[in-house]
Ligand binder design. Sequence first.
Ligand SMILES: Nc1nc2c(ncn2[C@@H]2O[C@H](COP(=O)(O)OP(=O)(O)OP(=O)(O)O)[C@@H](O)[C@H]2O)c(=O)[nH]1
Ligand SMILES: [Mg+2]
Length: 318
Amino acid sequence: MKRSFKDLIKGLVSNDRVCLSKLISEVESNSSSIFKIINSVKKIPNNVYTLGITGPPGAGKSTLTNQIIKKLRNLNLKIGVIAVDPSSPFTGGAVLGDRVRMQEHSLDSSVFIRSVGSRGDLGGLSSCTSSIIKLFDIFGMDIVIIETVGVGQTELDIIKISDSVLVTLVPEAGDGIQAMKAGLMEIGDIFIVNKADRSGADKLAREIEYMISLKHDSSSRKTNVLTTQAENDVGINELLDEIMAFKEHEELNGSLQKKRNTRKLSELNTMVEKELRNELEKTKETATFKELVNKLENGLLEPEVLVKKIISLLKKDN
Ligand SMILES: Nc1nc2c(ncn2[C@@H]2O[C@H](COP(=O)(O)OP(=O)(O)OP(=O)(O)O)[C@@H](O)[C@H]2O)c(=O)[nH]1
Ligand SMILES: [Mg+2]
């Protein structure tokens, strides 16, 4: 039997994975659904910590995510993963790769992994990603990991939804330079040189440290560069310690709260602007609006005078 929207929300709040899955599909296919959901639950816990993992294709982001999940599960934390698929919806290549890499957690009821397409209006990040984070939050997740491929400027949007950003690079020719070009150096809170079993990892780590030192301001916490071998579980404990230390640092000095407040305010602005545009479109259909435009066209009213009249029309509607 098909469950009603109301029942799905009830299920989400009471930890029903099927409801979570169905509501994710809902916000993916209809961006306004999240308004209905949030208005129904009124307040979301805001307990979730969002961890963005980005870097060039094949750097080992999914393998790292898989290892991080393992460690976080040992701490008994509930984890949501959003793998943003950069490929075309028809090839499904990256989605498959991500799935395979993390499939050992598929039977764990405290881990929920979801792949989403990247074609959205939030740059390279699908616009539904932030809605899914909210669903995970209501569901009671502690940590949400968002994996994106950092290849171009548009991918830098990861910073807008993450409490901390992990940039993953590999000791392949020119990776450091590529990262700089793609702007990744600017957004990383923690840098990882993965595939440290290959030669050149330490050299790349030192290069990144040097680049960071150029922009480091002494009042902020030092951005650290770690080397890992995700495949062999080497350096992952240290990485987790660093993630936790960064989180704690930002919690204590208030910058996490500040970041989140800025994010909410910018979300609100976008929503208000969108809503106002919708209202304006509706008002344009009214006889009064058409009359005013007619006067403008006949030279009876100037735009400077009309503005206020249009605004009062908008207000009258409400
Ligand atoms: N040598 C080596 N290979 C690794 C390591 N970590 C991951 N890999 C391999 O690198 C390949 C890519 O790993 P993924 O985890 O899929 O990389 P990704 O960054 O998620 O890739 P995309 O999502 O396609 O961008 C896989 O074949 C992994 O097994 C490592 O530490 N050393
Ligand atoms: Mg991947």
